[in-house]
Design a protein around this ligand. Structure first.
Ligand SMILES: Nc1nc2c(ncn2[C@@H]2O[C@H](COP(=O)(O)OP(=O)(O)O)[C@@H](O)[C@H]2O)c(=O)[nH]1
Ligand SMILES: [Mg+2]
Ligand SMILES: [Zn+2]
Length: 330
């Protein structure tokens, strides 16, 4: 029988059975085929084969191949951690303030959907706290390069209808750092969901980690599924060839057709690079280009990639602070 993993970790998972009931399942073997090398065997949204045991429990025997996966690199475990599976849409929730807007983090989150060809939606929540000009300018740029952006406020209710229609009938994974309002937004979409809402610690302007593992919930319409994920501040990019990175930035992908070196151009300081020229004159946002260079050098550093093109040169940063979307504090 096929079941849908709603939540769980280690060897205890909540699985929605075919008859709609929720059963507790363990794994038949520690090594589930298709999950080798992962930090955790299963994620919310996974489809699994299971054998029913006693009432209300079962044993997971295999994983149905995933259509899509949102994962992060788990530094401590030194392995890829599956967070949400089989979603149709990745929703990156950010806040206008408290915690501060972090475009570099958005850039990192966007890589996976972009590389898998999944729709990517940016939600700018807490609009009621005020949207600074530089935040609005970045959101306009995200729209320009083809991502969707919706402004919301759980406080005023603004944008919630638009968000509800953007996810209707889909499986949507809500990701983002702690405290931006992922759980609050989901609770506002439908009464009774009861996701736990945390406090934002004023001193650090950061949220506390209240969601420990991702949880999938089906909405009352029977067609929409939402996955609430734990907030993470750190999103290291691994397991991608440096040459593939440019294709994950839509505006770099389209501009790179004009590079003199063609597909060999890494867009750092090669002669005739159309991408660095576009970053210079603003056709590519300089902050996006800077994100590209930083992630590229991270990939180079971690993959012992033979560097032919030298260190990324410094590009003036227009966004305040030295946040690179990947701070060490967790
Ligand atoms: N002012 C304001 N506060 C919000 C909004 N959405 C959420 N919050 C608050 O932000 C804090 C963190 O919310 P939570 O949903 O737990 O964030 P999560 O960690 O992303 O799930 C809570 O104190 C919420 O009440 C909003 O639109 N406006
Ligand atoms: Mg939460
Ligand atoms: Zn180039």
């Amino acid at each position: 029988m096929i079941g849908l993993v709603l939540s769980g970790a280690n060897n205890a998972f909540s699985v929605r059975a075919e008859d709609g009931s929720v059963i507790r399942c363990g794994l038949k073997s520690k090594r589930l085929k298709g999950t080798e090398g992962f930090y955790n065997p299963l994620a919310a949204g996974d489809l699994v084969s299971y054998e029913p045991a006693s009432a209300g429990s079962g044993t997971i025997t295999s994983l149905v191949p995933r259509r899509s996966l949102f994962w992060r690199y788990n530094e401590k475990g030194r392995a890829v951690q599956a967070i949400a599976a089989n979603m149709d849409l990745v929703v990156c929730v950010t806040s206008a303030r408290l915690p501060p807007f972090r475009p570099r983090f958005i850039d990192r989150v966007s890589l996976e959907p972009a590389s898998e060809g999944l729709p990517f939606l940016i939600v700018l929540n807490k609009e009621d706290l005020g949207v600074d000009d530089d935040v609005a300018e970045r959101c306009d740029d995200y729209l320009r390069i083809g991502f969707s952006v919706i402004r919301t406020s759980v406080e005023s209710g603004g944008g919630l209808d638009e968000l509800a229609s953007a996810i209707r009938g889909k499986t949507a994974a809500f990701v983002g750092q702690s405290g931006v309002g992922k759980s609050s937004l989901l609770n506002a979409l439908e009464p009774g969901l009861g996701f736990k809402v945390g406090e934002v610690c004023e001193k650090y302007e950061r949220g506390r980690h209240t969601t420990v593992a991702a949880v999938l919930v089906e909405l009352a319409d029977g067609a929409t599924r939402v996955i609430d994920t734990p907030g993470f501040r750190r999103l290291a990019v691994r397991g991608m060839a440096p040459e593939s990175l440019g294709a994950c930035f839509p505006e770099i992908r389209t501009t790179s057709a004009g590079c003199s070196l063609g597909a060999r151009c890494m867009h750092v300081d090669e002669p005739g690079c159309a991408v660095s020229a576009a970053a210079e004159d603003g056709r590519i946002h300089p902050d996006r280009y800077e994100s590209y260079l930083r992630i590229l050098s991270e990939l180079e550093d971690t993959k012992t990639y033979a560097r032919k093109v030298g260190r990324p040169r410094h590009v003036a940063r227009r966004y305040s602070g030295d946040d690179d979307g990947n701070d060490n504090d967790e």
